[in-house]
Every structure is written in C-alpha cells, then in structure tokens.
Design a protein around this ligand. Structure first.
Ligand code: G6P
Length: 369
C-alpha cells in the first residue's frame, strides 16, 4: 500500500500534492496559449446548442456542488450566461421548470452519484441538453449525458475530495472562457490574458504547497477548536464552503462556511475568543470589504487566520496567522486559496488521530439515495 501512496502517509495527502500535475493534465491539449484557442470536442461539437441556451443549470452533490458554485461566478462574469446551481437531491424532487432551451451541466467525480444520475434523467426527459463533467472514464454519468469533458485528475481514493475539485474548476473555467470568446463577451486581450494565467496555475499551486510546514503549525494551534467559521466573498465564497466541508468530513470538528458579508446576519453572534475564523482575503476581489469584516471579528476577540496574497500587509497586521498564496487573476484564485484549506484540514485530522482516508459514516461514492 505504501507504494500506491507514493511515499505519502495518506491518499489524501498524495492527492493534494498531485494537484499541479492533475490541473496540467486537465488542460493539456485543450488550452492552446500560443494559438489563442481552447479546444474541447464536447463543446465544439455542440456549440450552437450551448450558445443558444437561455441559462445553464448546474447539478451536483457535495464537493462537486461547490465546484458548480464557483462556475456560477465564472459563467456569469465572463460569458454573461445566467446560471443556477442546484443540489441534485433537491432538483430531482422539486418539479423544476426545465425546457429544451436549458443546458444542464452535471458535475461528478465518480460519475455514479445516484441523485445526480436521477437529476440528469429528469432533465433529459424534459428536453434539456445535458453536459457531464466527470473524472471516472466510462462512468454511468459519463454515459448518460449527451456530451461531456473529463477532468483527467487520475484516481481519487481519499474520501474527502481534493484534486477532483480543482480539476473540475479547471474544466469549467475552460468551458466558460470558450463560450465567452464565442459570444464576444470577453475581449481578445482579456481572453489571452486568462489563458496565460491559467497555464501558470500548476506552478503557483506547487508554490502554495510549499507552505505545508507553516500550515502544520497553524493546524497545531487550532486543532482543539470545537467550532470553526470559514468566510469568503465572490469567487471565494464557495471556497469557504469547501474549506468548512473538508474540516467536518475528516476531523469531525463543526465548521460553517459563510459569505463574509452575511456574517452580520447570524454567525457574528457566535464569535468569541474560542472561535477560529478562516478568512479568504486575497488582493483581488472585494479586498477592502473583507478587511472590514476581519476588523469586525477582531473587535469581538475572534481568532483570525487569513488566506492572503503573497506580500499582503493589511490582513497580516490584523490577523493571528496568515497563509500566503501566489497572486493570480480573480477568477482563478479559488484554485490557489483551496490548497491551504485542504492541508489545514488534513493536518488537524492527523493530529486528532482520525481516519483521514476513510472517515466515519462517509462513502467515496454515494450510489444509493
Ligand atoms: C460523496 C463524497 C464527496 C463527493 C460527493 C459527490 O459525498 O464523499 O467527496 O463530493 O459524494 O460525489 P461525486 O462523485 O458525484 O462528485
């Protein structure tokens, strides 16, 4: 088993460290920077249908649903297509309004999640075009959808999803950029800039991973917390949800993710000196607003751990700890800010002696309702 784990103590840690290669594998052959194009057969072959969509409905569960939420920001921001993101389990039983003008994107690492599969069948029966974003080649969802794009992340064994998440975001970003170019909602130079920045992401993930020893020390400080709060805004709101989910799944510590500005409508009541608050506060995206959210937490004695852009000063002055990630364009920040939160959950779970790769009560793939 040690050989399979490639020298790492757990599959989860191995998979976290595989992300630079996994992301590269995801965009290989699709992201052609020199030529200034994105090539994806599943989109190219169905371009008219997809471009004529009234809206995109994203259906998924768990971590894949969080990737779907990130894609809502990307599709709306870059391609100006209205997006709804749905839990497959709610969508399938809600008698949803679906028409032939809808494009449904189903996201699933395993391609076998029962609720997602049922939601796909429902959407198809109403005439929608269904596009799959799966990791497992030949899986049920890959076969059931009209077209799709694989994430090419390689096998993910750890129950807590890591590289599947970042590669799903990569595929969804490629699709959004491609549609934006076709629709003309992005300028040529902006499009080219996005391609160049996306190509740099694997190296930046590699750099983010170098913070591991520092993150371990932060984990040591907060491992006995009973509750944790994760905050982010815009593109990084779904990352806050995913950070909280990772901690819950493997360390069994109660954690909540929230849009930072919603804190004042509830969670702020929970803040005291016992409450660690992980705040994603990268330089791009509502930075000043997030800094003022941090000030509100500080004035209530909460412990602040900031996920910040390299060289940050303002948050560093306010926070108890900061973890730096390299700079990139706003739409790509989730690919970097996710990394320290994965490592943090991993180290806390190991320190608490939990079964990291197979947490209690959870399954890698939920093939029953
Ligand atoms: C389970 C797994 C999660 C995963 C979710 C959706 O709950 O433990 O890691 O995110 O299912 O799975 P899928 O394979 O559809 O992405």
């Amino acid at each position: 088993e040690q050989i399979v784990k490639g020298g790492y103590d757990h599959f989860m840690l191995k998979e976290i460290h595989e992300q630079p290669v996994a992301i590269k594998d995801t965009y290989r052959g699709r992201l052609l920077v020199k030529e200034g194009i994105i090539r994806m057969a599943g989109i190219d072959d169905n371009l008219e249908r997809i471009l004529n969509a009234n809206r995109i409905i994203v259906i998924a569960c768990g971590t894949s649903w969080h990737a779907g939420l990130v894609s809502e920001y990307i599709f709306e921001d870059l391609a100006r297509i209205p997006v709804e993101v749905e839990y497959a389990s709610e969508f399938r039983y809600r008698n949803p309004v679906i028409t032939e003008k809808d494009v449904v994107i189903a996201i699933s690492q395993s391609g076998e999640t029962a609720d997602t599969l049922a939601a796909i069948k429902l959407a198809k029966s109403k005439g929608a075009f269904v596009f799959g974003v799966c990791n497992v080649v030949g899986s049920s969802i890959a076969r059931e959808t009209h077209a799709g794009a694989y994430t090419h992340a390689g096998p993910e064994i750890g129950v807590a999803s890591t590289k599947a998440f970042t590669t799903q975001i990569t595929v969804l970003t490629l699709i959004a950029l491609k549609l934006a170019k076709e629709k003309g909602t992005i300028s040529k130079s902006e499009f080219q800039h996005h391609l160049q920045e996306l190509e740099l992401i694997p190296d930046k993930v590699e750099k983010a991973l170098l913070q591991d020893e520092h993150i371990k020390k932060v984990a040591e400080t907060y491992k006995d917390a009973k509750n944790c709060l994760y905050l982010g805004r815009g593109y990084n709101f779904p990352v806050a949800l995913e950070g909280a989910l990772k901690l819950k799944e493997i360390s069994y510590i109660h954690a909540e993710g929230y849009p930072a500005a919603e804190m004042k409508h509830g969670p702020i009541a929970l803040i005291d000196e016992q409450m660690p608050v992980f705040v994603i506060a990268t330089k791009k995206g509502h930075y000043e607003k997030v800094v003022s959210n941090i000030e509100e937490i500080k004035s209530r004695s909460g412990k602040i751990i900031g996920i910040v852009t390299e060289g940050d000063v303002d948050v560093k002055n306010l926070a108890d700890h900061v973890i730096e990630v390299p700079e990139t364009i706003e739409s790509l920040t989730p690919l970097l800010t996710t990394i320290p939160l994965q490592l943090l959950s991993y180290h806390i779970a190991v320190m608490l002696d939990k079964n990291v790769d197979q947490p209690r009560n959870l399954a890698k793939s939920v093939t029953v309702e």
